[in-house]
Design a protein around this ligand. Structure first.
Ligand code: XBP
Ligand code: MG
Length: 267
C-alpha cells in the first residue's frame, strides 16, 4: 500500500511476563507452589521444573500438562484446576502488591517516551487480567493501566501463544494495522505469536528464555537498557553493541524489517 510507505511506527504492543517484568521464577512459580501447598497437593515446582513447563503457556494449561506427565499425582478435573488457579492468581496479586516485582530496565522509560510522543500502547499477554492490573498499579502507580490504550489478557481468546489470537485481538481492539506496530516479547512462544499476527518483533530475553529460537525477531537483547546501564544486542544487526533502546532505535529496526533487512534467519 503506497500511502503506508512513509508512515512512521506509532504503536507498541508489549508482552507482560518476562517482558514488562521478570515475573516467572519468583512470583508466578512461588504463587503456584503456595496454592499447591494450601490445597495439600503433594508436589511443588522447583526453578528448573517450572522452566521446562513454561513452554506450556497459561497457568491452567501448564498445571494440566504437568499432571498429564505425572500420573503418580492425583489427577484433577478442569474445575479443580480452575479453582487452584484462582487461588494462585490471588496469591500472585499479593506478591506483586507487596512490591516484590519491579519493571525490567528501560521499560518505564520507554513507556513514558512513547506516551509523550503520542504513540499508542497495547498489551498482549497470556496471563490473567488481575495479574496485569496488579503489576501495572504496583510499578507505575494507580494510573498504571492508563498508559495502555488496550490490554488483552488471558482467556479472552480461544488459543494462547504461540497462536496469533491474542495479538490479532489487540490489533483489532486498537484498530491498528500490524504493519504500523512493533511487538516486544521475551520468549519463543511470544515471538511466534507476534510474528504470526504480522508484527515486527524485538525480543528482550530472560534467564528462562535465553537460548530459545528467536528466528524472525528484528533484534534480540538482554534488556531495553538505561542510559547509565545500556543493553547489549545479542542477535541481529549490530550484534554485541551496547544500546539504550528508545523510540529512535525501535523506529530504525522497524524500518529495517520493513525493507526486508535485519530479521534473524535460521542458521
Ligand atoms: C506468560 C504465561 C502465563 C504466566 C502465568 O504470559 O504463559 O501463563 O506464566 O500466568 P506472557 P497465569 O508471557 O504472554 O505474559 O497463571 O495467569 O496464566
Ligand atoms: Mg512473556
Amino acid at each position: 500500500m503506497e500511502w503506508r510507505q512513509n508512515m512512521p511506527l506509532n504503536t507498541l504492543i508489549f508482552d507482560v511476563d518476562g517482558t514488562l517484568a521478570d515475573t516467572e521464577r519468583d512470583a508466578h512459580r512461588v504463587a503456584f507452589n503456595r496454592a499447591f501447598a494450601e490445597m495439600s497437593l503433594d508436589f511443588a515446582w522447583d526453578v528448573e521444573t517450572y522452566g521446562r513447563y513454561l513452554k506450556v503457556t497459561g497457568g491452567k494449561e501448564r498445571l494440566g500438562r504437568f499432571l498429564d506427565d505425572h500420573p503418580q499425582y492425583p489427577q484433577l478435573s478442569d474445575a479443580d484446576i480452575a479453582r487452584i488457579h484462582r487461588r494462585k492468581t490471588a496469591l500472585y496479586v499479593e506478591i506483586v502488591q507487596s512490591g516484590a516485582v519491579a519493571l525490567r530496565p528501560g521499560v518505564a522509560r520507554l513507556l513514558r517516551a512513547a506516551r509523550a510522543a503520542g504513540w499508542r500502547l497495547g498489551i498482549a499477554t497470556t496471563t490473567t487480567p488481575d495479574n496485569v492490573q496488579a503489576l501495572l498499579a504496583s510499578t507505575l502507580g494507580e494510573m498504571g493501566e492508563s498508559f495502555f490504550h488496550y490490554i488483552g489478557a488471558g482467556d479472552i481468546v480461544p488459543q494462547k501463544k504461540p497462536a496469533p489470537d491474542i495479538y490479532e485481538h489487540v490489533l483489532d481492539a486498537l484498530g491498528a494495522n500490524p504493519e504500523d506496530c512493533l511487538a516486544l516479547e521475551d520468549s519463543e512462544n511470544g515471538l511466534r505469536s507476534a510474528l504470526a499476527a504480522g508484527l515486527t518483533t524485538v525480543v528482550t530475553q530472560t534467564d528462562y528464555t535465553r537460548g530459545q529460537d528467536f528466528t524472525g525477531a528484528v533484534r534480540v537483547l538482554d534488556c531495553l537498557g538505561e542510559p547509565d546501564a545500556p543493553a547489549r544486542i545479542i542477535e541481529g544487526m549490530q550484534r554485541d553493541t551496547s544500546v539504550c533502546v528508545g523510540l529512535q532505535e525501535l523506529q530504525a529496526w522497524w524500518e529495517e524489517a520493513h525493507k526486508g533487512k535485519g530479521t534473524l534467519r535460521n542458521g
